[in-house]
Design a protein around this ligand. Structure first.
Ligand SMILES: [Zn+2]
Length: 165
């Protein structure tokens, strides 16, 4: 049995919590989204119940991963820092019902199980925390991009010059 395997309902009922750190290299789905598999994701899962009385897990993931900038195509460090609440439904119908009752898009309702792998939840959360189009705040060296822009711009600049003359 996997050390991260839990009975999700029991975990919540007993207000259990688990935490740890997992190398990106051990999370294949996350690793695929990254420039390389360096880094580690620290995580914490806390069981409890929601204000409506449903089984609830708080999931916190944090860590630094290497992503590829979509603007300059070089890797950069991205800091994951995310915290979410997951409510547990007994089955699909129950999950749908809970979703309708809580009416809160920021809270995810999933179908809980007597045997769930925490690592899957942690990896899902880390994946959700990644930006859709990763980019540097400011790219370190944009000379290549700028050169390409100037090349494209020059014929138009030339035309403009002719018109005004
Ligand atoms: Zn960049």
């Amino acid at each position: 049995m996997n050390a991260f395997e839990i009975d999700a309902f029991e975990f919540c009922r007993t207000n259990s919590s688990k935490e740890g750190g997992t190398p990106v290299a051990e999370m294949t789905r996350l690793g695929k989204e990254c420039a390389n598999t360096s880094g580690e994701v620290a995580w914490k899962v806390e069981g409890g119940s929601s204000k409506h009385g449903y089984p609830q897990m708080r999931l916190v993931v944090a860590g630094k991963v290497q992503l590829v900038c979509q603007r300059c195509l070089t890797p950069f460090e991205y800091e994951i820092d995310s915290s979410t609440f997951l409510l547990l439904g007994k089955d699909d119908a129950d999950a749908d019902e809970i979703e309708a009752i809580i009416d809160d898009e920021s809270i995810d309702v999933i179908v809980g199980a007597r045997s769930m792998n925490l690592m899957d939840l942690v990896e899902d959360e880390a994946l959700l925390a990644l930006p859709q189009a990763p980019k540097h705040g400011e790219c370190p060296d944009t000379s290549l991009v700028d050169a390409a822009k100037n090349e494209k711009a020059s014929p138009f600049a030339g035309l403009k010059g002719l018109k005004t003359n």
